[in-house]
Design a protein around this ligand. Sequence first.
Ligand code: GLY
Ligand code: MN
Ligand code: MN
Length: 434
Amino acid sequence: MQDFTPQVERRRRLQARMDKGLAFVPTAPERLRNRDSDYLYRFDSYFYYLTGFPEPEAALVLIAGSEPRSLLFCRDRNPDRELWEGLRFGPEAARERFGVDEAHAFSKLDEMMPALLAEQPALYYAPGADAAWDTRVLGWLNRVRAQARSGLGAPSDIRDVRVALDEMRLFKDDSEIAIMRRAAEISCDAHLGAMRATRPGRTEYEIEAQLLYAFRRAGAQFPAYWPVVAGGANACVLHYRDNGAALRDGELLLVDAGCELDGYASDITRTWPVGGRFSAVQREIYELVLAAQRAAIASVAPGRRWDEPHAAAVRTLSQGFVDLGLCQGPLERVIESEDYKRFYMHRTGHWLGLDVHDAGEYKKDGEWRALEPGMMLTVEPGCYIRPAEGVPEQFWNTGVRIEDDVLVTPSGNEVITASTPKSIAEIESLVGRE
Ligand code: GLY
Ligand code: MN
Ligand code: MN
């Protein structure tokens, strides 16, 4: 049975940060896909971070101060609905299992919230995240205000609960790191399978199917984002979604795919030759991106600034673009004028966690923040060369990205996706070898 001690600990930490007041954190609604078919349900990341509770129609209330309390609102048991949709915990079992002080029926929210809010100095909430919740929360506040003559006061201080939660989520605890390691391992295996399954004549969607199968077979509930499986020129479309083309000998295949396991994302990109051998030009570009990625990873360590890995990648790539005749030197001019952006137009990474582009500020007081142990980020430089005047034709339609997931450790960093092959020799020994 899952241990919910980390969630109890996170709730305590949020209460300590709040000092006084009440936090209201609802989960995500179920969403219709078409007519009466739903999208597969995915909980809200903040709510799940604090509770581990997986059902829709649920909300957490945390009261801070001298008498801290945690209240979970969730669906009542309902034998009729459970016959169709499966088990619901119901408040009684949920209280026990998820370690909250109280649990109540979700249907009691409107009745109970005004009383809970009365006399609280502050409300911590995520304004603007969901218009329906905004209306409902304002309704509760107005109901408390309407009782002013009975001496009740509504919170005068409305704060964004995400400020504290984003900062907490930025530092992964041991249980989160353990899940993320396993997610990384599953995604690594999926990439290995995809490399083995690649050969001329196969299609992008066959490789996509291979990845999704590998995720689910290993117990991951979802892809963390829809996989990008981009052959040839498609690799130069940064958010390519079609995954519908045939794979051709002589072209590269760029695969950006990661699973979501127990709420946590992994995010890996590898690029390999469809026919199993890099051409001389592909090799030059690939080695350049790999060198940029290695330089960026070497800049991930406590005390280094968020933008240092990006700066390292840009410098390596820009020098390469000059050497290959893609940009005109000198190097400093290419960097300062951002001429390199013709071939490298995105940033080198992002925080990773419950969301693939995870919560957490990148700057503090206007400065790029320093990396600290427990932070998890991606390092993902690339090079995308579209047909254009002045660009030597042999480079056209070459797209390469290499992406790993990196944990900041006390002594430097650990690449948790390191077992996904990325050297040319390793890749060439795997592609097409089913
Ligand atoms: N797969 C999304 C990203 O790399 O940011
Ligand atoms: Mn990424
Ligand atoms: Mn990615």
